[in-house]
Design a protein around this ligand. Structure first.
Ligand code: FE2
Ligand code: FE2
Length: 233
């Protein structure tokens, strides 16, 4: 997970993506995994034979699908507050969003990993890879670097694109519940996954990383970002 870092991300958080291209990022995120996240997670749930693990997955699924425990609204709906707050055309999110080639490839891999590889792989790619960050070690080990949490007024979309703070509804919801989801995700895999699933899980996570990096390459290119766009480090 420490490798879930993309070279172009500083352009997205540094306001270097032209305002008229930013919708491409949100549309690809929404259509590749945000909109269907509860379905992808549900596939892990239905394949899992362990009731104790299923309960953890069900709690995450219920919150993601309904917001009934914390956020008040389904998380995919809360995501749309970003483009709504930026004045984007929400109709573009309602129908079939044309996926870039690497986006389609990543989504196909997500579908394969959540349907044909067993519950542990499905749980790992959804609750660890998709929901997790490069700071997973900090969720488990108090000595490891923690997920940074800047004040909402310093959120890049607020600073660089004048997003109203109310539109950070999903960011707020995740700060409330995602710590619990991180801990539960690791508990489910570490306490319940069968030992012989380990190699498959690690291989799937590696494949996810490769496909995700290619996906982010595609989104960066569509947004006009090249390595030359970034300020020298
Ligand atoms: Fe979650
Ligand atoms: Fe969520």
């Amino acid at each position: 997970m420490e490798r879930k870092v993309h070279w172009a991300w500083p352009a997205f958080t540094g306001g270097l993506v032209p305002r008229d291209k930013l919708h491409l990022h949100f549309e690809q995120e929404y259509a590749t995994y945000v909109r269907d996240f509860p379905v992808l997670l549900g596939r892990a749930y239905v394949q899992c034979p362990m009731a104790a693990a299923r309960r953890e997955l069900a709690e995450n699924l219920y919150e993601e699908e309904t917001g009934g425990l914390a956020a008040g609204r389904p998380h995919p709906e809360l995501f749309l507050e970003y483009p709504r707050g930026l004045g984007m055309d929400l109709a573009r999110f309602g129908g079939v969003v044309p996926l870039l080639p690497a986006s389609r490839a990543w989504r196909e891999l997500l579908d394969a990993h959540t349907t044909t590889c067993g519950w542990a792989v499905a749980a790992a790619v959804t609750t660890l890879f998709l929901e997790g960050t490069a700071y997973e070690r900090g969720e488990l080990d108090p000595a490891a670097p923690r997920r940074p949490e800047a004040p909402l007024e310093q959120h890049p979309l607020v600073v660089h694109y004048q997003l109203p703070i109310e539109a950070l509804a999903l960011t707020k919801a995740h700060r409330k519940v995602e710590g619990g989801h991180r801990a539960a995700a690791w508990r489910v895999l570490l306490d319940h996954a069968e030992d012989d699933a380990r190699d498959d899980v690690v291989a799937a996570m590696d494949d996810q990383l490769e496909a995700w990096l290619a996906y982010r390459d595609g989104v960066a290119a569509a947004c006009g970002i090249t390595r030359d766009t970034l300020p020298p480090r």
